[in-house]
Design a protein around this ligand. Structure first.
Ligand code: ZN
Ligand code: ZN
Length: 585
């Protein structure tokens, strides 16, 4: 339950001198007028006063009782008081900056449970966005080709022409492009486009030839080379086969990566994110973020998850001194994507794939490999974040987590299932038992819900993807994520999706899995901080925590639930410093 508490006896830090505590008690009964800096006339010296006070708003602390307060005080980047405006006014000194929220809402900064920070920025900056509405503008393969031709004209004849985010199920042709389609962009330079799921790609004839892919090529383990009726490669590359071409793509220059980081920081901060995730981080990416931070060009915090034990060992060699970049656990993958028919299901897909009524998708590696990798990483003391969409993938990874715990027991390991899209009730029970956290890609309900129901999973399985309410009822500290750049970073759209479960087609998908706005906000703040072992430092507005905050135009717990997505981020604050303000604010 949400509580409105006008004043709390314990809102002031215990180490404050007694006279201050008395002062605050006195101030409770007094009407104090404030404008701009200081003005309370309480004789506080700058040393004892708050540097910044936010007052006169709906401040959703998201502490364990979901307390709502009217004011907070900040000093040296940390929250030093929270309570009624009168209580916090006691900390206003001559130099205190007093911000009147004028009834707007202040909440903890959004803590990104999973995305790809660096990749989001470099993608936005250097690749062609091939998304279809409502994300982008591509409605047909002709549209896609036209955008790539434009990029080709821009980058010249030596460049790789790349695009991301195309979705075959949203194209007029209802199919993936082929190498012939992409040959219309160029036959003398590589053209390579990736599917919105990130689990498949298409290359033109030039790129296939460059990779040595021809009719006699065999599929790599955990991947598939698409072929036409004559057995010739048709350009389509699924899962590990993507690397055959993708790995030939020249890397970005250091300067380009820095440009990407700036672009990502702008995107995240403007959506209220104060801690970003860089999933599947490379050591180079971590080094680049640290360089940006040391140069004062990284305004928000980033938690990086290197891929596999090997990636972790390389990443740990990067010296991190800025305090803004931190290495969390290990990110890994087990299956693919349901909308790409590569999610690994326990029962066949609703609409058979290529006419195969038994087809259930597949894992990227054998179960034996999975178990060995999980056991090794767990034994080495790491936390694991494994990509799982299909329910068979979830079963296998849960089994691997259980085996790893049996072999080397470790309390509070917080191993996580990233996406956990088809988590069944019995699997949620198992997560509870094992202390495993589900992190849901909630926006699947909005962006793919109609197609999951009608094409991939059918009505029953479709209705209970991202089962947040079932997780909540078990007391699982679930989180929500957008997996950006898979879909755009937009925490308020995630809250809206979890609260309403409305699809792009306008129907409600699994009404019984809807959760309250407060629970959705918790999943995007304190639960996400907990997922990364940071719940003592951030994720809620409590005395002693970092002042990572967002000012919103409206209170998500009070507006019409369907209007939550229209709430604007007015200001983003990291460690007490404003890192974003909506233009005109
Ligand atoms: Zn994933
Ligand atoms: Zn991801």
């Amino acid at each position: 339950m949400k509580k409105n508490i006008p004043a709390r006896a314990n809102t002031l830090p215990e180490h404050l001198p007694q006279y201050l505590l008395r002062l605050s008690a006195a101030a409770l009964g007094a009407a104090v007028l404030l404008s701009g800096c200081g003005g309370s006339g309480n004789g506080l010296s700058a040393k004892d006063a708050a540097q910044i006070v936010y007052r006169n708003g709906d401040i959703l602390t998201l502490d364990k009782d979901n307390t709502v307060v009217q004011a907070i005080g900040i000093k040296d980047g940390k929250i030093i008081a929270s309570g009624s405006s009168a209580t916090v006014d006691a900390l206003v000194g001559p130099d205190t900056k007093v911000v009147d929220l004028k009834g707007k809402s202040l909440i903890p900064g959004f803590y990104d449970a999973h995305s790809h920070f660096v990749y989001t920025g470099t993608n936005a900056r250097f690749e062609t966005d091939l998304n279809s509405p409502p994300i982008g503008q591509v409605r047909s393969i002709d549209d896609m080709v036209a955008l790539l031709q434009k990029k080709q004209a821009e980058l010249g004849k030596d460049a790789w022409i790349t695009g991301f985010g195309y979705d075959d199920t949203l194209l007029a042709e209802r199919r993936h492009p082929t190498r012939e389609d992409l040959d219309r962009v160029s036959t003398t330079q590589p053209v390579y486009v990736t599917h919105i799921s990130g689990h498949m790609a298409v290359a033109n004839s030039f790129a296939l030839a460059k990779a040595g892919i021809n009719a006699s090529s065999t599929d790599p383990e955990g991947g598939m080379i698409g072929r036409d009726k004559q057995g010739q490669p048709d350009g389509f590359l699924a899962e590990t086969a993507q690397g055959l071409v993708g790995n030939l793509k020249p890397g970005l220059t250091a300067a380009q990566v820095q440009e990407g980081i700036q672009a990502a920081a702008q995107i995240y901060a403007s959506h209220g994110v104060t801690t970003a995730n860089d999933g599947a981080s490379s050591a180079g990416g971590i080094q680049a973020m640290e360089a940006a931070a040391q140069g004062g060009r990284l305004p928000l915090r980033v938690v990086a998850w290197p891929t596999a034990l090997q990636g972790m060992e390389a990443a740990k060699k990067v010296e991190l001194k800025s305090g803004m970049v931190k290495i969390g656990g290990i990110k890994d993958f087990y299956d693919g994507s349901i909308q790409g028919y590569t999610g690994y299901l326990s029962e066949p897909y609703h609409t058979p794939h290529d006419g195969d009524a038994h087809y259930r998708g597949y894992p990227r590696t054998s179960k034996a490999n999975l178990i060995a990798n999980v056991e090794a990483a767990h034994k080495a003391g790491y936390q694991l974040f494994i990509h799982t969409n299909g329910d068979q993938a979830i079963s296998d990874v849960l089994e691997a987590y259980a085996k790893a715990q049996q072999a080397s027991p470790r309390a509070d390991a917080r191993h996580t299932l990233i996406h956990a899209q088809m988590a069944r009730e019995d699997q949620l029970d198992e997560m509870k038992k094992l202390g495993v956290i589900p992190s849901f890609f909630e926006l699947h309900t909005y962006y793919w819900g109609d197609r999951h129901r009608d094409i991939f999973l059918g009505p029953d399985r479709g209705a209970r993807i991202s089962p947040a309410q079932s997780a909540r009822q078990r007391g699982l500290p679930f989180t929500l994520h957008a997996d950006t750049p898979v879909v755009p970073m937009d925490p308020l759209l995630m809250v809206w999706a979890a609260v309403n479960r409305v699809t792009t087609g306008g129907s409600v998908l699994g009404a019984d899995q809807r959760i309250s706005p407060t629970d959705a906000l918790r999943a995007l703040t304190i639960n996400a901080a907990h997922q990364n072992f940071e719940e003592k430092e951030r994720g809620s507005i409590e005395v002693g925590k970092h002042a990572d905050l967002v000012v919103l135009s409206d209170n998500p717990t009070k507006v019409d639930p369907m209007k939550i997505r229209n709430i604007e981020v007015l200001q983003t604050i990291v460690g007490g410093k404003q890192v974003y303000a909506k233009p005109g604010q």
